[in-house]
Design a protein around this ligand. Structure first.
Ligand code: SF4
Length: 978
């Protein structure tokens, strides 16, 4: 059968006809000036996949100043060119904080002025390898932004009125700690919360919040990636993929990962490496993104139908016998599936395959084409290529479809189905669980898990929600289900980033709902306007953090550090606290939390302080150096590397900024044999081979060997999920296609209803974090509605015309961009843009913000109108007078209602919109929202859930992770809570 397929694919290859090399390209390839991009078929992959030997890579690093010269590096001053004037720099590494990849940066500190002059990449960072996207070097804009917040502030007058007093850090710490202490002593633990947008760190808050004994972590993940995480988790107990792009033969991306995905630059460089060695790239996206345009196959699918396409591919792989029999037989729970779903059949592998083919028989390529609009021929061709790539099939779904649709989690589940069928799970060139490529720090005096469960974060209605139901917080408060006495927002801007920002605003304005709101932020944002304390926290080069991310098939740890503090230390002038070295009194969270924890429990009687004591000096407060030295001493291999240079582990990390723990052989970790010690006192489940110790699953028998397997109930990939059955969703026990809330069937085209894709990122911006970076805003500053010419013709729109986008709870008025790059019948609008401030607010982000007027016209009815756009302004930065762009775009998320998927809890971003032409008197940037309606929509979606308890009175499956997992006892609903 495989031979037949190979023959078929050859024909397909010939038909497709890869682009021929031009005459000049052929010569350049032949003499080796450029790599050979026109080889037929795949190259062999036995050599080092980077295509460069270690020695060659070292040679390349010579283009960058060598570390021994980082304390004194001279180069010509570009500002006085063509005059040749040398400037001396001190070079200090750190990591970028403009997206989650944490690429290496090096700060060039002018030795004369003591200021950071520029940022370049760090070639010693194994994830980014010296490269950055535009947002990395733009860190310099952020630290020199004339509008940044330099001192702690406390509100004056009513919340939201825009009046602020400068205060000291002591005043902020004392006021906040006293309030927290009181709440803890009165057993109001669930009224304290830390709500984070981009964490950018590993493990720090897992140290702090459990030490306070609170279930107080709230994240942004349910408006971001939790849909896909849920889909992956159901399969293999890990919630994220780590595609090994550079080693792959076929790469399938759901959406625009090449230009703006998670781990953007590190992944992008490896996708291109893979392509340069012959891998083929397919992208599913209704938009012709930069990623789609770089792909071999663009599948412009109708939003929400991706799972149908993936299941059609799965069916082809099954029918054509392209699956990996060994993998399916050993690493899926097929016996359990047959027993549960086909009790009449004998339990044989052949029956498993036959049952799957039967189960998915309706998912023909033609059916998938009908649903998605992607041509059946292309679906078939890609399926064959994936089957041929076998273990070398890398794929990714992070947000996009997984984050946008009712049942979006099923997209990631169906994508992983292909990874399982090909045996690519954890294989070289395949897709591993991300935890295999990530370092987890051990912290000093690690606290026990908290013994509280916060229903405002994990309400009973969403027992399977993969992360905190953060988008519902204002609605739960509105419904009287609790309050927040002390609430920290950190790199978090829900008024602007979240759906339904006006409901957030209403709740922030009500001091009975949010008692004290402290915004920890480097820069002004729409949420900080409604805080009581605005506490300036450092940007990438002004703070400490540990980073470790799954960028490829290796593991690394990186050190974000305050570069001026590190320079001061090297120059023999160490400071005690980071704010003493940073601009103004800009601090960092790490030291802030340690100080705050000591002040909550000044005499240690509450059992909090002990966690923040020095590991070396009993009873003394831990210093930031002690904290990081403790962690770095425990990084595998780092002590040896530091010893070689006769420096401490912390000094090593401060010097290089990163350390490679493992180079790239972390494959097939599920096959790791249990050690003799682990096997002691274990039992083996006779039915499924699961190995248990002290009531906990520790491994599984595979081919007579006890191995660790995956952290699922069966310790295998779960094609069949008993968990879904037990938790009242039997219809989704196996990978399924769920029709989205914006499926074509539910849109009334006669009324002008369309699906709006509101999620795509521009490669140069990040949510609301890049509004203070002038270079980035200069590149991207508008967010028009992308519309195909056929749709534009229907409406008689031309580029630049105003369009009114009516959502379930209001409308926004934007401009049309007519483009062939949009799938007909679908419209799209980028986020990040449409930033605003009101007249009364402190000036901030003037590169990116419109000045708006907000009126509360009736109870729950809000109107926003743009008073003025962006204009040049006087400041210490001469560029601020050169601003040429005027249009700050339109805020769209605020007009979206909350739509939490009833299973994963993920906000489903796609919007059903009714398109119309604005009426007389309606203007560009006008926004209207009725929060009464938005609360009704919240209730409608709440009614779709199937609440806890599940089996044994549980509020959540025990094997489901939580970012801050409380004590196991809290998983059981107590009598008085029912
Ligand atoms: S991809 Fe760009 S924004 Fe993200 S960490 Fe790297 S350089 Fe920074």
């Amino acid at each position: 059968m495989i031979a037949v397929i190979n023959h078929k694919s050859k024909i397909i290859n010939q038909k497709m006809g890869y682009k021929k090399a031009s005459f000049i390209e052929s010569i350049a390839e032949k003499i080796g000036i450029i790599p050979n991009l026109h080889k037929e078929g795949y190259q062999e992959f036995d050599e080092d996949m980077r295509q460069f030997s270690d020695a060659e890579v070292e040679k390349m690093y010579e283009n960058f100043p060598p570390p021994e010269k980082w304390n004194h590096w001279e180069e010509y001053n570009p500002k006085v060119w063509p005059r040749k004037e040398k400037k001396a720099y001190q070079i200090v590494p750190t990591t970028c904080f403009n997206c989650e990849s944490a690429c290496g940066l090096t700060a060039f500190i002018d030795k004369e002025s003591g200021e950071v002059q520029k940022f370049e990449g760090n070639p010693y960072h194994p994830g980014s390898r010296g490269r950055n996207c535009a947002k990395g070097p733009a860190t310099i804009n952020q630290i020199t932004d004339p509008d940044r917040i330099l001192y702690p502030l406390k509100r004056k007058g009513k919340r939201g009125e825009g009046e602020w007093d400068r205060i000291t850090w002591d005043e902020a710490l004392d006021t906040i700690s006293a309030r927290i202490r009181k709440a803890l002593k009165e057993d109001r633990h669930n009224e304290i919360a830390y709500h984070v947008g981009r964490p950018g760190a590993e493990g720090f808050m897992n140290w702090v919040l459990p030490a306070w004994g609170i279930d107080g972590h709230n994240s942004h993940t349910n408006i971001c990636s939790s849909g896909a995480r849920f889909g992956y988790n159901l399969w293999y107990g890990y919630d994220r993929p780590s595609p090994d792009h550079a080693e792959a033969k076929f790469i399938l991306l759901i959406s625009a990962h090449l230009e703006s995905g998670h781990y953007f630059n590190p992944h992008a460089q490896r996708i291109i490496e893979g392509k340069m060695k012959g891998a083929k790239l397919a992208t599913m996206d209704p938009r012709l993104s930069n990623t789609a345009s770089m792909s071999d196959y663009w599948m412009p699918s109708y939003p929400g139908t991706e799972a149908a396409v993936l299941l059609a591919m799965a069916l082809i792989i099954l029918e054509e016998g392209l699956y990996n029999r060994d993998y399916l037989e050993n690493w899926t729970n097929w016996q359990e599936y047959l027993k549960a779903r086909h009790a009449d059949k004998e339990i044989t592998f052949e029956n498993y395959i036959a049952a799957m083919i039967e189960e998915y028989k309706e998912f023909t390529p033609e059916f998938a084409e009908k649903e998605s609009g992607v041509k059946a021929g292309m679906i078939r061709e890609i399926a064959v290529k994936i089957g041929e790539a076998g273990e070398r099939f890398a794929s990714h779904n992070w947000r996009s479809a997984g984050a946008s649709n009712l049942g979006g989690w099923a997209v990631a589940r169906c994508l992983h189905f292909l990874t399982v069928l090909t045996g690519a799970v954890g294989a070289k060139g395949g897709t591993s669980p991300n935890s295999w490529n990530k370092f987890k720090p051990s912290v000093p005096h690690n606290p026990a898990p908290q013994k509280k469960w916060n229903e405002l974060h994990f309400p009973k209605e969403y027992p399977l929600a993969f992360f905190e139901m953060s988008q519902l917080l204002p609605h739960l408060l509105k419904a009287g289900r609790g309050k927040m006495d002390v609430y920290f927002s950190r790199v978090f801007n829900p008024v602007w980033t979240y759906p339904d920002g006006f409901t957030w605003m209403e709740m922030f304005l009500d001091e009975d709902k949010f008692g004290l709101h402290a915004a920890l932020t480097p820069t002004w944002n729409e949420t900080a306007f409604f805080a009581d304390f605005v506490l300036p926290m450092g940007l990438a080069s002004e703070r400490h953090d540990i980073n470790s991310y799954a960028t490829h098939g290796g593991t690394w740890v990186a050190f974000r550090q305050p570069v001026l503090r590190e320079a001061a230390r090297r120059n023999g002038k160490p400071v005690e606290y980071t704010y003493q070295a940073n601009p103004g009194e800009v601090w960092e969270e790490d030291e802030f939390w340690i100080e705050l924890s000591w002040r909550i429990d000044p005499d240690g009687s509450m059992g909090i302080r002990k966690h923040f004591e020095s590991p070396n000096r009993p009873g003394q407060k831990i210093t930031i150096e002690e904290y990081y030295q403790y962690i770095f001493e425990r990084v595998p291999g780092l002590p040896e590397a530091a010893k070689k240079e006769e420096i401490t582990e912390l000094e090593y990390m401060s010097k290089y900024g990163a350390f490679e723990i493992e180079k790239g052989e972390s494959y097939h970790k599920n096959e790791t044999a249990l050690t003799e010690d682990q096997l002691k006192d274990t039992t083996v489940d006779k039915i499924n081979g699961v190995v248990r110790k002290n009531g906990k699953d520790v491994g599984v028998m595979v081919n007579g060997k006890a191995v660790v397997g995956f952290p699922t109930p069966s310790r295998k990939n779960e094609f069949y999920s008993q968990t879904m059955v037990d938790w009242k969703w039997p219809e989704y026990a196996t990978p399924t296609y769920i029709k989205s809330h914006i499926h074509n069937d539910v849109l009334d085209k006669s009324k002008g209803e369309y699906v709006l894709v509101p999620t795509f990122r521009l490669p140069t911006l990040i949510h609301s974090r890049s509004g203070n970076a002038k270079w980035l805003v200069e590149i991207s500053n508008r967010n028009p509605i992308w519309m195909h010419p056929d749709d534009a013709a229907k409406w008689n729109f031309k580029t630049g015309d105003l369009v009114k986008m009516n959502t379930d709870i209001g409308y926004f008025i934007d401009k049309v961009w007519v483009t062939q790059s949009m799938k007909p019948g679908v419209v799209a609008c980028s986020h990040h843009i449409g930033r605003w401030r009101r007249e009364q607010d402190k000036t901030g982000n003037r590169w990116a913000t419109n000045t708006v007027d907000i009126q509360n016209v009736k109870k729950g009815e809000w109107k926003m109108s743009t008073q003025s756009g962006i204009s040049p302004f006087e400041s210490k930065d001469k560029d601020s007078k050169r601003i040429f762009w005027k249009d700050g775009g339109v805020h769209q998320n605020i007009t979206h209602a909350v739509h939490p998927d009833p299973i994963s809890g993920m906000h489903t971003w796609h919007q059903r919109v009714r398109i119309e032409k604005p009426k007389e008197g309606e203007n560009y940037g006008d926004i209207f929202v009725d929060t009464n309606k938005s609360h009704e929509v919240f209730k409608e979606w709440l009614a779709m859930t199937r609440p806890a308890p599940g089996p044994d009175g549980l509020r959540r499956p025990l094997w489901f992770k939580r970012a801050f997992k409380p004590d196991e006892s809290t998983y059981y609903i107590k009598e008085d809570e029912k």
